[in-house]
Design a protein around this ligand. Sequence first.
Ligand SMILES: [Ca+2]
Ligand SMILES: [Ca+2]
Length: 310
Amino acid sequence: MSSENPGYWEPPPKRCCCARRGPQLVLVGLLSTAMWAGMLTLLLLWHWETEKNLKQLGDTAIQNVSHVSKDLQRYQSNQLAQKSQDSELSQNLNRLQENFINVKSQNSEFSQSLNSLQEDLINIRSQGLNEKRTASDSLEKLQEEVAKLWMEMLISKGVACSTCPENWLNFQQKCYYFGKGSKQWIQARFTCSDLEGRLVSIHSQEEQDFLMRHTNKQDSWIGLRDLDVEGEFVWMDGSPVGYSNWNPGEPNNAGQGEDCVMMRGSGQWNDAYCRSYLDAWVCEQLATCEEASAPVASVSPTGPTPKNGS
Ligand SMILES: [Ca+2]
Ligand SMILES: [Ca+2]
């Protein structure tokens, strides 16, 4: 303690401890060595492990590359096969198109031949129908003539030929049916056929007068027309026009389409449009002859029907 500063205390100087530190330093050195050795061992282990993993990754990568390479080869192979199939398909398609064109051409030729055959068939049928109609008309006309001759012969023998079906009226050797109801000319014609008669043919003033008395001044269809040849009027019984009773100025074929003849309420005739509707028409048929002893023919527009086996 200083005498000048009696309150200040100075620590006493330390004594030397080198003798104790020697073993401590050795221990520290050993520990450090052991620590470094451990760290080195860990580093080596980590290195080996990493190297091992890298090697595995490399192997896996090689395997994957190999797989990818094989897949690529397969894909290329498939592509080539697909290309080959496409080429084959294209060739087949071309062949089909060529075949289709050939078939189409053949079909066209076949169609033309078929059309030609059909036209020939239609012509033959038309010709056949015309010939059949002509033959039928001729036969009908012949039967008509035979029936009339037969009737004249019977009348000359004093036989009465004036029998008519019910609702038909007799005049001379014919029977007449005065039809009522709206009809076109062709409908009236077929109705008369259904009644075993035909639209009336008028050949004399007497016959015209008789008809006038029973038509009640109604416009009526009669059996005259120029359907086949314009201006050539023909009666339904096949005879040409002899007696006529045309209205002044008729026939005029008005509108280039009047081919069927009507009897006006005044009794005078007019060519009219065949599809017009009239409320009346007149049918006719030959009367039937009656005889007690001699063979008798029942006559109709289709010819005589022998009775008693004659
Ligand atoms: Ca005409
Ligand atoms: Ca006219």
